[in-house]
Design a binder for this molecule. Structure first.
Ligand code: IMP
Length: 434
């Protein structure tokens, strides 16, 4: 198999950006299949810093194709801003292809995202406000504007004339009375089509042919399994399928094309936005994790809620996404702790359960059951320890035991260990991957 998927196993922000960037080196094509500019990661290349939300990470590497699949929702203003970021660094985006079937985020989706959140009051989802949910809602309701529509004035005008009056009425009901300039919108969307039309194609055909001819394709996930619209902590989720199941639909390729699935697992847990989080801490340990882990949202800058590692959540991802290897990240953030807790089950109404219930009422009543593992302090932080040379065996014994515990409990081997931001702070235990 010549494909590799990188998927978040928690509530997003597991460090997928770093792992994707690391693995992209061996890939010919990097393809995004869901989400939009609600995602975000910072990529450092030498002294240059790029903040990307929509463009697949491969865009910064010469000779690699970057695909935005049909399952992604695209805000063209953001896409153009990111393209400008890349081209102003002297690179090109010639190797970018965009699905003609992807849905487009239009201004009213962003207005609706805000208006719906306000209407939900204290039950708000805590969305990123980027119009993601309303755009996916339109797709499912068959009111969406697709990328291909931007290439044909007649089709686009017809779509807008159908959709705009409905959006107008809905926004009015929600108390948002701002004007929507139909002609201005039409002109702007057509300009996007003219400018980026050369990148638009049937990416399903493109990827199918590429996979048939043995090209190495990296599927780049956004968010995490617990934010999946079907399998996450609904309604406190994003609006796409973040599980591996989303890859086939979001790119228009057969499910059998999904080979190795690397589940990125942060050594503790974080969540940004509202919703259940069984192992959340609200004490000095949480403060410490937030501070040492730099736990602030890349897209919104919001502080992330922090807590212990939850292996029930990890198993949820293993079961749903067929995780073949974990990439455990941010282990260094746990350095110097006396003891580290890991949740292995929950107690619900006097029973021990090892799966994540659908009912949020049950989730509220559940109490995590922890196992306590010893921490490690024998870590030469910023010192002479050279990971690339000394490798896995040179890691503190108790850190290795922590990793062994994860594998024993989930049955999934740890393929990659990340102990810092830099590429050279990565231990690769997988060897041949493709
Ligand atoms: P939306 O995707 O903007 O609709 O937000 C829905 C929920 O998903 C909110 O709780 C967001 O904070 C969360 N979310 C969306 N994208 C990300 C991400 O990339 N990382 C972490 N949380 C995210």
């Amino acid at each position: 198999m010549t494909t590799l998927a990188v998927i978040g196993t928690q509530w997003g922000d597991e460090g997928k950006g770093k792992i994707t960037d690391y693995l992209a080196e061996g890939a010919d094509i990097i393809a995004r299949y869901q989400g939009g500019n609600n995602a975000g990661h910072t990529i450092e290349v030498g002294d240059e810093v790029f903040k990307l939300h929509l463009l697949p990470s491969g865009i910064l590497r010469k000779g690699k194709m970057a695909v935005i699949g049909n399952g992604v929702v695209i805000d063209f203003d953001v896409l153009k801003e990111e393209i400008a970021q890349v081209t102003s660094s002297g690179r090109t985006v010639d190797d970018l292809v965009i699905s003609d079937r992807a849905n487009v985020i239009v201004d009213y989706h962003k207005f609706l995202d805000g208006a719906e959140e306000r209407a939900r009051g204290d039950r708000g989802v805590g969305t990123t406000g980027r119009g993601i949910g309303p755009c996916y809602a339109d797709k499912i309701a068959r009111y969406g504007i697709r990328v291909g529509d931007l290439l044909d004035e007649e089709v686009l005008a017809e779509r807008l004339d159908l959709v705009l009056p409905m959006k107008r009425r809905y926004l009015d009901v929600l108390g948002d009375h701002r004007a929507i300039d139909r002609d201005g919108l039409l002109t702007r969307l057509l300009a996007h089509g003219r400018e980026l039309g050369g990148h638009v194609t049937d990416t399903s055909v493109y990827l199918y042919d590429a996979i048939q001819t043995g090209k190495k394709v990296l599927f780049e996930g956004a968010q995490g399994n617990m934010l999946d619209i079907d399998h996450g902590t609904f309604p406190f989720v994003t609006s796409s399928n973040t599980t591996a199941g989303g890859i086939a639909n979001g790119l228009g390729i057969p499910p059998q094309s999904v080979g190795t699935v690397i589940g990125v697992l942060k050594a503790y847990t974080t969540r940004v936005g509202s919703g259940p989080f069984p192992t959340e801490l609200e004490d000095e340990t949480s403060e410490m994790l937030m501070r040492r882990g730099g736990e602030y949202g890349t897209t919104t800058g919001r502080p992330r809620r922090c807590g212990w590692l939850d292996l029930v959540v990890a198993m949820h991802a293993v079961r749903l996404s067929g995780i073949t290897h974990f990439a455990v990240t941010k282990l260094d953030v746990l350095n110097g702790m006396d003891a580290i807790k890991v949740c292995t089950a929950y107690e619900l109404d006097g029973r021990r359960i090892t799966h994540f219930p659908a009912s949020l009422k049950q989730v509220e009543r559940m109490v995590p059951i922890y196992e306590e593992l010893p921490g490690w302090s024998d870590w030469d932080e910023g010192g002479s320890f050279n990971i690339a040379q000394e490798g896995y065996d040179a890691l503190p014994a108790k850190m290795r035991s922590y990793l062994d515990f994860i594998t024993e409990h989930t049955g999934v081997p740890v393929g990659i260990v990340s102990i810092g931001k830099d590429r050279n702070e990565t231990i690769d235990l997988m060897g041949e991957k493709w």
